[in-house]
Design a protein. Structure first.
Length: 218
């Protein structure tokens, strides 16, 4: 059960890449953005930023689960806590994931899953300051893109709203979207400002997480 939980937590944080050279189908993130309407592009301008924030936060949030597992696995399988901690320390420090010979066969999968998770968390937490700086460097571009996409969205909606041959429902929706456009723009700028304040505190949170995990490892 523990292995399944740890693997599930890891899977949701993995980026998804589409394969296949020369494909013309809009099955990549970039193709999807290109096919989206200007309004949807404007609304989605913070999607990548939010994903970056979530990726930085994930290992910080995972520490509590790992600390619980460090305590639970010895009780579940009759492992000496000190033995598990020695293996976990090695993984956290970036060493190979190795399971000592005295670990019971039925415990091996869960131990490997835990050690792998600890190694990944250690690598991610140590890289947090660099990831934060990279994210902060992206924000000015996002801010600059807001008025550009706002202008495109406004022009597109005006064309739809004023089209004498347009569908009445589509025209009504375009008018409604036009009325909401300024609020959408304001909300996006607020989200970007919130990201700035949030990520500035993440290196300190990562440091606290490292301290917490090291304490659990003894």
């Amino acid at each position: 059960m523990l292995k399944q939980l740890l693997i599930a937590a890891a899977i949701v944080t993995l980026p998804v890449y589409s394969a296949g050279c020369g494909s013309k189908e809009p099955n990549t993130a970039q193709d999807a953005k290109g096919a989206a309407s200007p309004v949807d592009q404007l609304k989605g301008i913070t999607d990548d930023i939010s994903a970056d924030v979530d990726a930085i936060l994930q290992p910080i949030n995972d520490v509590d689960t790992v600390v619980q597992a460090i305590d639970a696995l010895p009780k579940k399988y009759g492992i000496k806590p000190a033995d598990l901690k020695v293996m976990a320390k090695g993984a956290f420090d970036g060493g190979d994931v190795t399971v000592s010979a005295n670990i019971k066969p039925e415990a091996k999968d869960d131990v490997v899953a835990l050690l792998t998770k600890i190694k990944d968390i250690g690598t991610s937490l140590k890289a947090t300051p660099d990831k934060v700086q990279a994210l902060l460097a992206k924000l000015p571009g996002a801010v600059a893109n807001v008025p550009v996409l706002y202008g495109k969205a406004q022009a597109s909606l005006q064309v739809k709203a004023n089209n004498p041959f347009g569908n009445s429902d589509e025209k009504a929706k375009a008018k409604s979207d036009l009325a909401d456009l300024d609020k959408v723009k304001t909300d996006i700028m607020t989200k970007i400002d919130n990201v700035k304040s949030t990520v500035m505190g993440l290196p300190a949170k990562a440091t606290d997480a490292v301290t917490k995990l090291k304490s659990a490892l003894g």
